[in-house]
Write a protein that binds this ligand. Structure first.
Ligand code: PLP
Length: 373
């Protein structure tokens, strides 16, 4: 039996043609025609005021930390159950991540625990939409309004996923997407900063261009460009943007294929869930997910070890994540846990992610479900 890998980068079939065009344009650095097309696509499809392509979601999150004007000691509320970049982006500016437990159904930040984590030092709330399933954004936005806080959406998993009809990443003040090769729409390494609050646009363009007013210069507003703020080289090259553009044009087809596979897992595994052997993902009403991930929750760490071993022995590459950040060496050193995080701890020991990629066959999925039985 041939091996079933965990992920294969999605392919639209138009990438090489697109890269060739970028090369022929002889504009290979960032902020060229392909970058513009991708940014327009994001602005039109996600309904955000401004999108800036970045070389990763990590970079986009780092930009949000600068835009939020995080100063040493400022606190940022976020789930502990997330990828390191959610916290690291703010720690780079001297910020203190304040970790909050997650909900047992969606594995998203428990919005009921946010208000008790707020102090006079709190600057922002980070909503990480796990597996492309939206956090309870109405409640989070209301809390932010009451306490005058920023909401930043870590929408790394979320292209083409919505909450109450709104695209994830377009609801908070700022958002960050990932186009890493493990995501649905990809370009190898890539991401985007999404700006929903107009007051951040001008500064974001300066930060994006190494802290210079290059944009104003290009627009003929000034006669030379210079260093005006902190920033970095956050842009991807046009070659990367060309790959992304090829994928964006096929985003609906790619998502539909993933949704079919997701649904097939759901149906195949339903009997096992009914027997109490595992739990399948829960998608609350009002959330349209994008099939970024199919995970199962097993009954114990021991059971997960056994299942992983069996899958591996039969050539199936399943994986798990995240080590709760409040238990990691850097999380302990730089962050604080608000209250306790029993659900985070429990979920991180029982979760298992199954192979999911464009091109995964029904037969492969039946094999996996058969092994899980
Ligand atoms: C929740 C979350 N945020 C941020 C990132 C970082 O994304 P990137 O690899 O594009 O920097 C990831 C990566 O998987 C993630 O899962």
């Amino acid at each position: 039996m041939s091996r079933i890998v965990f992920n294969k980068p999605s392919v639209s079939g138009r990438e090489l043609e697109s890269v060739q065009k970028a090369y022929m344009n002889m504009h290979l650095a960032g902020d060229g025609p392909f970058t513009c097309k991708c940014q327009k696509w994001l602005e039109n499809n996600l309904g955000v005021k401004k999108a800036l392509l970045t070389h990763s979601c990590t970079a986009a999150l780092e930009m949000t930390a600068i835009l939020a004007d995080i100063q040493p000691g400022d606190e940022i509320i976020m789930p502990s159950y997330t990828f390191v970049s959610t916290a690291n982006a703010f720690v780079l500016r001297g910020g203190v991540p304040v970790f909050v437990d997650i909900r047992h159904d969606t594995l998203n930040i428990d919005e009921k625990l946010i208000e008790t984590a707020i102090t006079t030092r709190t600057k922002a709330i980070i909503a990480v939409h796990y597996a492309g399933v939206g956090c309870e954004m109405d409640v989070i936005m209301a809390i932010a309004r009451r306490h005058k806080l920023l909401v930043i959406e870590d929408a790394a998993h979320c292209v083409k996923a919505t909450y109450k009809g709104k695209e994830l990443g377009s609801i908070g003040h700022l958002g960050a997407l990932s186009f890493h090769e493990t995501k649905n729409i990809i370009c190898g390494e890539g991401g985007a900063l999404l700006i929903n609050d107009k007051r951040f646009v001008d500064r974001a363009e300066i930060i994006w261009q190494k802290g210079t007013n290059r944009k104003a210069f290009q627009q003929g507003k000034i006669d030379k460009y210079t260093w005006v703020d902190i920033g970095s080289s956050f842009l991807p090259s046009e070659i990367t943007a060309a790959i992304l553009w090829a994928q964006m044009q096929e985003a609906t087809r790619i998502t539909r294929k993933r949704l079919d596979s997701w649904q097939r897992y759901h149906e195949l595994l339903e009997p096992l869930e009914k027997e109490g052997k595992l739990r399948c993902p829960i998608v609350p009403r009002g959330c349209e997910h994008n099939a970024h991930m199919y995970y199962i929750l097993l009954n114990s760490l021991q059971q997960r070890k056994k299942v992983l071993k069996k899958l591996e022995k039969n050539g199936v590459n399943a994986v798990f994540h995240y080590v709760p950040l409040h238990t990691s060496p850097m999380g302990k050193k730089c962050g604080n846990l608000s209250g306790q995080a029993p659900i985070t701890q429990d979920i991180s020991e029982r979760i298992l992610r199954l192979p999911l990629f464009m091109g995964l066959t029904a037969r492969q999925q039946r094999t996996i479900a058969g092994l899980l039985k």
